[in-house]
Design a protein around this ligand. Structure first.
Ligand SMILES: NC(=O)c1ccc[n+]([C@@H]2O[C@H](COP(=O)([O-])OP(=O)(O)OC[C@H]3O[C@@H](n4cnc5c(N)ncnc54)[C@H](OP(=O)(O)O)[C@@H]3O)[C@@H](O)[C@H]2O)c1
Length: 275
């Protein structure tokens, strides 16, 4: 089974359209960047395009001399509902810039307050990529309860928050998180019911690393010979997996949709639309 992110995303967009229909002068969503790499450029382009479709103004802004002051201004600007600080920032201390961001405008759930909140079920925004993996499982009735899940990748935006979401009481997965220093990754992925790859290396997850009948979620965004691909050797792994997400059209589509859902949540908090 192919887990189609586009149809999952479309459902979310319909909900958003319904809520903002007829609204004029919607606040903006700002993407703050300095020297975006190719995957960031692709991501930003897709957010701008989706914003246009929804009638939401998405502004790409470059970091200036003082990005912290820039973020402070955005925090207090009522014409801005959310800010994404594009990772990685190359010319500024990203941690300090993030620390300046108001958690209620942190649509990507990257601030300490939002990330820490996941532990206590108190976050305002969880990172949308991690949420997108959960949403894919949920929409396709794949219940992680009691299942062994291996996540490859431990970033603060994907691997770590996803592990916490899967560990929540009620979700109840058993989670293994691997990274570049992990030993025997193939053995761990092979022995899992669900494998999530968030590494950033094309064809990282090969057929022999996946047990036939397991579920494979590909978070990676890579370019191979000019083509957008994930982390999974899709042609090979799709032959043995029970379910698999494609790239493009998988987790990435849902991530963008959830980002706009977070934008909507921010509008609610700002009192611009009813909850
Ligand atoms: N689909 C989406 O919506 C979406 C959203 C965000 C990111 N992405 C994509 O997802 C991928 C991961 O993103 P990220 O931001 O999490 O990247 P990241 O911050 O670079 O993290 C990559 C992770 O992979 C681990 N890793 C690297 N090489 C490895 C190896 N050979 N074996 C095992 N683990 C290895 C790293 O380990 P260490 O910690 O030890 O370095 C790190 O934990 C990228 O392709 C990115 O473009 C997709």
């Amino acid at each position: 089974m192919i887990l189609d992110g586009k149809s999952v995303a479309e459902k979310t967009y319909s909900e958003i359209r319904e809520k903002i229909e007829g609204m004029v002068s919607l606040p903006s969503l700002v993407l703050l960047c300095d020297e975006p790499d190719s995957s960031n450029k692709t991501y930003m382009k897709s957010i701008v395009k989706q914003g246009e479709k929804l009638g939401i103004n998405v502004v790409i802004e470059n970091t200036g001399e003082d990005p912290i002051a820039q973020v402070h201004r955005m925090n207090s600007d009522p014409s801005i509902a959310g800010v994404m600080i594009m990772h990685p920032l190359k010319n500024a201390d990203e941690k300090s810039v993030l620390a300046a961001l108001d958690p209620s405008k942190d649509l990507e759930g990257r601030t300490v307050s939002n990330l820490g909140g996941i532990v206590n079920d108190e976050e305002f925004f969880a990172p949308p990529t991690a949420e997108a993996v959960m949403e894919m499982l949920f929409q396709y009735d794949i219940n992680p309860k009691g299942r062994d899940v291996t996540i490859v990748g431990r970033s603060n935006t994907v691997g770590k928050p996803l592990a916490l979401l899967l560990l929540k009481k009620g979700v109840d997965a058993t989670v293994t998180v691997c990274h570049s220093r992990s030993r025997d990754i193939a053995e761990k992925t092979f022995n899992s019911d669900i494998v999530v790859s968030a590494v950033g290396i094309a064809k990282f997850l090969k057929r022999e690393m996946v047990r036939p009948g397991s579920i494979v979620i590909d978070v990676g965004i890579n370019f191979l010979d000019g083509k957008l691909v994930g982390d999974v050797d899709y042609d090979e792994v799709s032959q043995i997996a029970a379910a698999i997400t494609p790239v493009p059209g998988g987790v990435g589509s849902v991530t963008t949709a959830l980002l706009f859902k977070h934008y909507l949540k921010s509008l609610e908090r700002m009192g611009r639309i009813a909850r």
